[in-house]
Design a protein around this ligand. Structure first.
Ligand SMILES: [Zn+2]
Length: 416
C-alpha cells in the first residue's frame, strides 16, 4: 500500500468532493430537458384522459348534434364530438344528465324524473348508433379497456339530485340506468341539500340527502359535491364512507365565486381521499371584467325573467337558451389555459398532486381563449409541462386520481 503524505490525501479528498458536486449538479440540470411540441402531443395522445363533466346531452337534445361529425365551435354551440375528441386526445367523458331545478312537489318531481329518463334514452340511442366510436360504460376499468380498443368511454353522471324527488328507490333506479355519480344539487336548494348559490334551508344535507349519501355508498356511486353549500360539503364528507368528488369545481382562493371551493374544503375532501376536478367555466376561473353592452343586456334578461330560479322548468329552459344567445352576442373576455392552470397549481399546493383532476363543463358554458373546445385540450398538458409537472403528475391529473377514487367507491360498495 502506497502511503501518501497527509496533505496529498487531503487534496485528493477535496478534489473528489468537488468532482462529485460538479457531477451531481450536471446530472440535476441535465434531467430537465424540455420536450418538443410533438413529444408533448404524442405523450398527451398516449395517456388515458378523462373529463368528468360535459353537458353534451343538452346539445343532443336542443341542437341535434351528430357526434360522428366534426363541428366548428364558432358556428355551432357545440364543444364536443368524436372527431374533436380524437384531435384533443380525450378518451373518456362523463355525460351530465342535467335537469333544471323546479317545483319541489310530487308532480314537479315525477315530471323531472321522466325528463331525466328521456335524456338517458336519448344518450343511449345516440351512442348505440355509433358502436365503432364509443360505448356507454359504468365501471372504473372500462375507460382504459376502451382506450386500448380505440373507442371512447361514455360514463353517465346526474347533475342535480332533483329527479330523485323524495323517493330513495330512485337512487337504485338511476344506478341501474348507468348513472355513476350524482351532483347532489344545482344552483338552488332541492330535497337533498342546500346549494352554494341559494339561501340556508337545511343547514347542509337534509335527512333525505343523508339517506341518499348512504344509499350511494351502498351501491358504489360517486358522490359529487360541486354546486353544494359549504355545510353540505362538510356533512357529506363526514357522512360518506367513501371518498367524494367535485366533478367540476375551481379554487375559491384563486377566484372568489360561491361555486368555488375554499382551501379548507379542498383539504377536507383530500383528507378523505377524494378528488377535485378543475372546471373551465370562465366565471369560476377569473372574475368577469365589466363590459357596458353585455352588462345592460344581462340586466334586461334578468328583468324579463325575474326570479327565474323559482319559475317553471319550461321558463328556465327558455331562459338558459336566451342566456347562451346573449353570451354568444356579447362574449366576455375569456381566461386562458394559463389562468386555469393557476387553479391547478394552487390546489396542488394546498392538497398535493393526488387530489386534482379535470372536469371541463364543455357544452355547459365552458370556454378558454386557447382551449375553446375539446380539440384544444392538449394545451393544458403543454402548460403543465411548461410549469415543471412530471409525466406521472400529468397522468394523475388526467385520469389517475379520478380512477383511484372511482375504484375505491366501487370496492367500498356493500351491495355486492
Ligand atoms: Zn354545473
Amino acid at each position: 500500500m502506497i502511503k501518501f503524505p497527509f496533505y496529498t490525501r487531503r487534496a485528493a479528498l477535496v478534489l473528489t468532493s468537488m468532482v462529485s458536486i460538479l457531477l451531481l449538479t450536471c446530472a440535476r440540470t441535465k434531467v430537465h430537458h424540455p420536450m418538443t411540441e410533438s413529444e408533448i402531443l404524442a405523450f398527451h395522445q398516449s395517456i388515458l384522459t378523462i373529463d368528468t363533466h360535459v353537458d353534451t346531452p343538452l346539445r343532443l337534445k336542443y341542437e341535434g348534434i351528430d357526434l360522428s361529425q366534426r363541428h366548428d365551435p364558432h358556428e355551432y354551440n357545440s364543444k364536443l364530438d368524436f372527431p374533436r375528441m380524437d384531435e384533443g386526445g380525450l378518451d373518456a367523458v362523463f355525460f351530465a344528465v342535467w335537469t333544471p331545478q323546479g317545483a319541489r312537489t310530487d308532480s314537479g318531481h315525477s315530471a323531472i324524473k321522466q325528463k331525466a329518463l328521456d335524456i338517458l334514452d336519448l344518450v343511449e340511442s345516440t351512442i348505440s348508433k355509433l358502436p365503432q366510436s364509443a360505448e356507454i360504460v359504468a365501471r372504473s376499468g372500462d375507460a382504459s379497456r376502451l382506450q386500448s380498443m380505440g373507442k371512447h368511454a361514455i360514463y353517465l353522471g346526474m347533475e342535480n339530485g332533483y329527479p330523485l324527488g323524495t323517493d330513495i328507490e330512485n337512487v337504485d333506479l338511476f344506478y341501474n340506468r348507468g348513472i355513476r355519480y350524482i351532483t347532489l344539487c344545482h344552483m338552488t336548494n332541492n330535497e337533498l341539500c342546500d346549494s352554494s348559490n341559494d339561501t340556508t334551508e337545511f343547514g347542509g344535507l337534509s335527512p333525505f340527502g343523508l339517506d341518499v349519501v348512504k344509499r350511494m355508498n351502498h351501491l358504489g356511486m360517486m358522490i359529487d359535491i360541486s354546486h353544494t353549500s359549504e355545510a353540505t360539503v362538510e356533512q357529506t364528507v363526514a357522512a360518506s364512507t367513501a371518498p367524494v368528488i367535485a366533478s367540476h369545481s375551481c379554487s375559491r382562493a384563486m377566484c372568489d365565486n360561491a361555486r368555488n371551493l375554499s382551501d379548507s374544503l379542498l383539504t377536507l375532501i383530500a383528507t378523505k381521499g377524494g378528488v377535485v376536478q378543475m372546471c373551465l367555466l370562465s366565471d369560476y376561473i377569473t372574475p368577469d371584467p365589466p363590459q357596458d353592452a353585455r352588462d345592460s343586456a344581462r340586466a334586461a334578461l334578468s328583468k324579463k325573467w325575474k326570479n327565474i330560479d323559482r319559475q317553471p322548468v319550461a321558463n328556465r329552459e327558455a331562459y338558459r337558451l336566451e342566456w347562451s344567445e346573449l353570451n354568444r352576442n356579447f362574449p366576455r373576455e375569456l381566461p386562458s389555459v394559463a389562468d386555469a392552470v393557476d387553479h391547478i397549481d394552487h390546489m396542488v399546493k394546498i392538497v398535493g398532486i393526488d387530489h386534482v383532476g379535470i372536469g371541463t363543463d364543455f357544452d355547459g358554458g365552458a370556454a378558454l381563449s386557447d382551449c375553446f373546445d375539446v380539440s384544444e385540450l392538449p394545451n393544458i398538458t403543454k402548460e403543465l409541462f411548461n410549469r415543471g409537472y412530471s409525466k406521472t403528475d400529468i397522468q394523475k391529473i388526467w385520469s389517475g386520481n379520478l380512477l383511484r377514487v372511482f375504484s375505491q367507491v366501487e370496492q367500498l360498495a356493500t351491495s355486492h
